[in-house]
Ligand binder design. Structure first.
Ligand code: ADP
Ligand code: MG
Length: 240
């Protein structure tokens, strides 16, 4: 579904990704961990071309995302993205944040879009918050609206970039629960997160990134319980 082939990314003289390869099959969940600055965000941002790459190839469903004929808006509907925070339009209600894409990008009629928005909000446990403004919602509720908004576009895959790291601890669980539910429903996902409990439970494979490379990868039990890379050991000793 998503394939990285020797991906290189430079920010000026600084190499953020150095020959990253890997693939995510349909229905798989990969969790990316690693120290700050190791390239996790950059790697997932290449998938929807939020970052251009200078070497290698990224494909979604076999299609080179840098290809000339590629419809970038269609790609960004097919692959949903949930960021750390500040996902929502503050001047639109929870439902309004969801209907916007449906009416503008999908040409859906407003009543139908509204119905879909309510269904997606119900899926993340926010049926009663449809008409609240984001400012009135908790951080955890806002992140769930962001997830619902992405899901409304019927994505084939979802990318999460530390969706819980800006939240108060008591709100982390509700967002992880929505992500777990999504994984259980068979969604293809790449999640950047430091929540090792989530990784252990949900990931098919964990990729440990370090200095722009995937330094180690493996099944959660192997990687967490018997890491071989010394940096991964010290990383985990601070997290688990
Ligand atoms: P992570 O998500 O693992 O913390 P990032 O992918 O954000 O790491 O960053 C990887 C490296 O690329 C870091 O050294 C970071 O400073 C650099 N970087 C990221 N975004 C930019 C940018 N827009 N301009 C310049 N350097 C950047
Ligand atoms: Mg990051």
């Amino acid at each position: 579904m998503i394939r990285f082939e020797n991906v290189d990314k430079w920010f000026g003289p600084m190499q953020a990704l150095a020959g990253v390869s890997g693939e995510v099959r349909r229905g798989e969940v990969k969790v990316l961990v690693g120290p700050s600055g190791s390239g996790k965000s950059t790697l997932i941002r290449t998938v929807t071309r939020l970052e251009a790459i200078q070497g290698g190839r990224v494909t979604v469903d076999g299609q080179d995302i840098a290809g000339r004929g590629l419809d970038i808006n269609a790609l960004r509907q097919r692959v949903g993205f949930v960021f750390q925070a500040y996902n929502l339009f503050p001047h639109l209600t929870a439902a309004g944040n969801i209907t916007l894409g449906l009416t503008k990008l999908r040409n859906m009629a407003k009543p139908e879009a509204r119905e879909r928005a309510l269904a997606e909000l119900a899926r993340v446990g926010l049926a009663d918050k449809a008409d609240e403004m984001p400012g009135k919602l908790s951080g955890g509720q806002r992140q769930r609206v962001a997830i619902a908004r992405a899901l409304a576009m019927d994505p084939e895959a979802m990318l999460f970039d530390e969706p819980t790291s800006a939240l108060d601890p008591e709100m982390v669980g509700e967002v992880l629960a929505a992500m777990k539910q999504l994984a259980a429903a068979g969604m293809t996902m790449i999640c950047v997160t430091h929540e090792m409990g989530f990784a252990r439970e949900v990931a098919d494979e964990i990729w440990f990134m370090e200095q722009g490379r995937v330094a180690e990868r493996g099944a959660p039990a192997d990687l967490i319980d018997s890491p071989s890379h010394p940096r991964l050991k010290s990383f985990l000793s601070r997290r688990v």
